[in-house]
Design a protein around this ligand. Structure first.
Ligand SMILES: NC(=O)c1ccc[n+]([C@@H]2O[C@H](COP(=O)([O-])OP(=O)(O)OC[C@H]3O[C@@H](n4cnc5c(N)ncnc54)[C@H](OP(=O)(O)O)[C@@H]3O)[C@@H](O)[C@H]2O)c1
Length: 331
């Protein structure tokens, strides 16, 4: 494993996320799938064996996909599973990130980025994770109803109380990020050290909008969906396999259709280098020069997928490889 820096923090060059853990055939009474906990434990332990120290979760994660509007009765499952496994390891050897914003209860103040909600949810997350602090605390997406000063104020307090080490921001418009960072500078509050955004070979929208903000404010980028949910692992080149992400997330099927041509050509490059398409996609993220640190934040629902993906750390891509990839992506 290689390690890179998020401010002073040393994190593995690949991070493992727990949004989608392996799915159990069992369901809750409302039809939401349960997590295959045994399989999840094996993956997380193997990730640590392979040198991953950087784990991502969120208060809202159920661990499986859910299309019920109020899935919060099952929220927190991923944090609980992750916490259960990680308690077997030295806490100081791990970097754990979680998030706040989602609706966690049906009552008023059951969601958002207010002082009250954040104070409640940090207690809940730490309890589910069975930890005294988290390394990175992200605001998951925007809350139009809470002033930025209020959110920043409470986050700053959490850092000074030792409950959170670094702040992260996810899925906010670039202008919101700039506003937050400027308020923090003006008021001498803790700034955001990392942004978490969808970024992969096929989804590069942030390059023009948010990456310049990251550069200006010395923020790292945790690139989520680095394999476009499996599309860039070639998972769908032969159709939609049973049990795959696209059988649960129907919107993915249209994306598979729209990108099929490029994915096939990218796979030819991977084949010519004797590597897997997933490894090409992850190595591309680790090689691209955006002027900031980019950490691919992967999901994997088997130990085999995880091992294949982590091997991307040792793939080297030449300037010629990067140019050939760019030609396909811009065609
Ligand atoms: N901040 C946010 O709003 C946000 C949003 C989304 C995600 N995230 C974070 O990002 C993490 C990663 O997201 P993601 O799981 O969508 O990322 P991803 O790495 O793009 O997709 C993971 C999926 O790709 C497939 N895959 C992975 N490696 C493979 C391999 N070697 N061969 C074949 N298929 C492979 C698997 O699908 P199958 O299960 O079908 O095998 C796996 O579940 C999440 O866990 C979460 O922590 C954050």
């Amino acid at each position: 494993m290689k390690y890179v820096h998020v401010k002073g923090l040393e994190v593995s060059a690949i991070s493992y996320g727990t949004w989608h853990l392996p799915v159990s055939p069992e369901t809750y009474p409302d039809g939401v799938h349960k997590v295959d906990v045994e399989k999840s434990i094996k993956i997380i332990k193997r990730a640590i064996d392979l040198g991953i120290n950087f784990f991502d979760t969120a208060n809202t994660y159920v661990g499986t996909v859910s299309d019920t509007p109020a899935h919060y009765p099952h929220s927190g499952t991923s944090e609980r599973i992750l916490g259960d496994v990680l308690k077997g390891y030295e806490r100081e050897s791990l970097v754990v990130a979680t998030k706040v914003r989602a609706r966690m209860a049906g009552f008023p103040n059951g969601e958002g980025l207010s002082r009250k909600h954040i104070r409640w949810q940090i207690r809940e997350s730490l309890s589910r994770l069975n930890m005294d602090y988290v390394d990175i605390y992200y605001i998951h997406w925007r809350d139009d109803l809470t002033p930025h000063e209020e959110t920043l104020g409470v986050l700053n307090d959490l850092v000074h109380e030792g409950l959170v080490h670094y702040l992260g921001i996810s899925n906010h418009p670039a202008q919101d990020m700039i506003d937050f960072q400027e308020i923090a500078e003006r008021k001498n509050l803790e700034k955001f050290s990392i942004m978490q955004e969808a970024y992969n070979m096929l989804q590069r929208g942030i390059e023009q909008s948010k990456v310049p903000v990251a550069r200006q404010h010395q923020m790292a980028l945790a690139a989520y969906v680095p394999l476009a949910q499996g599309v860039l692992a070639g998972r769908y080149l032969g159709g939609v396999p049973e049990g795959s992400r696209a059988t649960l997330e129907k919107g993915l099927v249209d994306f598979v259709e729209a990108t099929k041509g490029k994915v096939k050509r990218l796979k030819e490059i991977a084949d010519s280098k004797g590597i897997k398409l997933s490894q090409l996609a992850l190595a591309w993220l680790m090689n691209i020069d955006l002027g900031i640190t980019v950490v691919p934040l992967i999901g994997a629902t088997s130990v085999e997928e995880l091992e294949e993906d982590v091997d991307a750390v040792s793939v080297s891509l030449s300037a010629g490889d990067m140019k050939a990839i760019d030609e396909i992506l811009s065609s």
